[in-house]
Design a protein around this ligand. Structure first.
Ligand SMILES: [Fe+2]
Length: 251
């Protein structure tokens, strides 16, 4: 049975990424691994994360952070709730622009907006899995769990999702899964910067039966958060980003 592992919002946190890769090697060595973007930003190791994904041959899509860093925009396109958050967002973006190599930026610029998979392959179509960073029309839209079914129906229709298909995305850093009219909508959460109060790295496993039925599991993996936090401080990034990793975005 094909197994897909979906990793989103790694955000330059190599320690969290390594923990997820080790978890997959131990428990699901045959899983096909994909990323859903936002490889950089907030943490200290953007180049190392990109190199690791390349070394592991993990394909994926572009997040808002990836495209804005690749093209040296003035802002990551992230939403800020107050002036301090806005200031921190600017600090993260400026640091990441200055500390991501040209070669890495070229890798980020080459990421597609969307990937469509047919995990069963072969001569039967089977279910389709659509990978996005945030939303089919814009990487600035937050598809949160409180979105009504109708919002999800429209989102599914815009990628021509049918009964039995799956639409996967990240961007909010809070995982959830819902089925509307037979279509699975899966927010994969975040590997490297969870915001749901659980500091463990998050990802999603999708198992596809031979008949095409999908099973979705939200996974969490403990990792050395203190090590990642120490790297944030040593890099000269704001101490708030280290605390964010420790608390899982709470407080
Ligand atoms: Fe993100």
């Amino acid at each position: 049975m094909p197994i897909l592992a979906l990793l989103s919002d790694i955000h330059a946190n190599l320690d969290a990424l390594e923990a997820v890769l080790a978890d997959l090697r131990a428990r699901h060595p045959a899983a096909s691994r994909y990323h859903l973007g936002d490889l950089v930003g907030y943490s200290a190791e953007p180049d190392a994360v990109i190199a690791r994904l390349d070394a592991e041959a993990i394909p994926g899509v572009a997040g808002n952070y990836d495209s804005t860093v690749a093209h040296a925009y003035k802002h990551c396109g992230c939403r800020s709730e107050n002036a301090r958050q806005e200031e921190l967002a600017h600090q993260s973006f400026a640091w990441t622009l200055a500390n991501t190599s040209d070669a890495s930026k070229a890798r980020l610029a080459a990421l597609p907006f969307r990937l469509d998979l047919r995990p069963l392959g072969g001569h039967t179509a089977g279910p389709r899995v659509v990978l996005l960073h945030a939303h089919p029309s814009s990487n600035l839209i937050y598809v949160t769990e409180d979105r009504p079914d109708d919002f999800l129906r429209k989102m599914g229709a815009s990628v021509e999702a049918r009964d039995g298909d799956l639409v996967a995305f990240g961007h909010t850093h809070k995982p959830w899964h819902r089925v509307v009219d037979g279509v699975h909508y899966v927010n994969t959460g975040s590997v490297g910067r969870p915001k749901d109060g659980d500091p463990r790295a998050g990802y999603v496993l999708v198992t596809v039966s031979e008949l095409g039925a999908l099973q979705v599991r939200i996974e969490r993996v403990a990792y050395d958060v203190e090590r990642a936090a120490a790297k944030v401080i040593a890099a000269g990034l704001p101490a708030e980003f280290a605390d964010f990793l420790r608390s899982g975005g709470r407080g």
